[in-house]
Design a protein around this ligand. Structure first.
Ligand code: SF4
Length: 323
């Protein structure tokens, strides 16, 4: 059953240097209980997509076209007063720097109690602090926080990065959102903690039947968390499909490049291949296929004609090679 449908979403940023076309005609759906990993380099539009879905775009951004249908309601047109009902309990977003999401002057206990209170008030339940506290302790245990009774009486600065990220995940669970959006939530953490948090999110997804949009620049991370994968390049979706299909046999040259640059334990081939060049400016994106200046297969057609996102073998690919 579809929870989220993004249709033809285009977003721009007005900057001193010109208009940045950050998202161009992005469309996809997400079912209840499904996870999708959105992958791309910095500047691909993946974080803009997360902010655009959550209606958290900065003031210099503008929706040019498209819809974000959440449970059938178009969030793009929703007044701020109604958005408050969706935020937190409808859509919960975890950012890359979780410490910025917590208030430094309040103890963890107060911030989590507030989250439960908001949920209860929105669902018409009577707030009971004792009951809320029991739920908080049990959820902190679910996210593998040791000694939660001690941790809740600490301030954010007294916790490690991994603990803060777990507290934010717990806050999301306490709010019982229908959609959980995580924007690079593990990239600031060391590799071991990163792996623990990813496993945790995966376990919690099945336990709580969460729908997740997971934003990452790392294909290896995406393959752990996503049921599906959506690869973005220069503001456009270039490939989208089942995670196993895409990782086993990537179609788009950009996805192939991302996969080729992943380290493999079994291979000792010296230097890892990298994708040459860099993500283009989105003020004046390249003509035709936006990937053509970096693509080893580019032809004259690629330089002149914009490739459309077409369905090929149960996945969507934007490349003339599959037209
Ligand atoms: S359309 Fe052309 S330039 Fe673009 S990815 Fe395909 S082959 Fe490469």
């Amino acid at each position: 059953m579809v929870l989220l449908e993004v249709r033809g979403l285009s977003v721009i940023y007005r900057t001193l240097f010109g208009t940045v076309k950050a998202l161009d005609d992005v469309s996809f759906t997400l079912d209840k209980g499904e996870s999708i990993a959105v992958v791309g380099e910095s500047g691909s539009g993946k974080s803009t997509l997360a902010l655009a879905i959550s209606r958290l775009l900065p003031p210099n951004a503008r929706y040019v076209s498209g819809e974000v249908l959440f449970d059938g309601i178009n969030l793009v047109k929703l007044p701020q007063s109604k958005l408050r009902m969706i935020r937190g309990t409808g859509i919960f977003m975890v950012f890359q720097e979780p410490a910025n999401s917590l208030n430094p002057v309040y103890k963890i206990r107060d911030q989590l109690i507030e989250a439960v209170k908001v949920r209860m008030i929105k669902s018409g339940e009577a707030f009971d602090e004792g009951k809320a506290l029991k739920e908080i302790i049990s959820t902190l245990r679910d996210v593998r926080i040791p000694d939660p009774e001690i941790i809740i009486d600490r301030y954010p600065h007294q916790l490690s990065g991994g603990q803060i990220q777990r507290v934010m995940i717990a806050m999301g669970l306490l709010m019982r959102p229908r959609l959980y959006i995580a924007d690079e939530p593990t990239s600031a953490l060391d590799v071991t903690v990163q792996a623990q948090i990813l496993k945790l999110l995966k376990d919690l997804k099945s336990e709580y039947n969460l729908s997740i949009i997971f934003i990452t620049h790392d294909l290896a991370v995406a393959s752990v968390i996503g049921d599906r994968i959506m690869v973005m390049y220069a503001g456009q979706i270039v490939e989208e499909g089942n995670i196993d299909d895409v990782v086993t046999k990537p179609y788009h040259p950009y996805t192939q490049g991302l996969l080729g640059s992943l380290p493999r334990i079994s291979k000792h081939e010296g230097k890892l291949p990298i994708i040459g060049g860099s993500v283009p400016s989105l003020i004046n994106p390249p003509s035709g296929c936006r990937f053509h200046p970096r693509c080893p297969y580019a032809t004259d057609t690629c330089i002149k004609v914009i490739p459309q996102l077409k369905i090929t073998d149960n996945r969507r690919v934007r490349c003339h090679l599959y037209a």
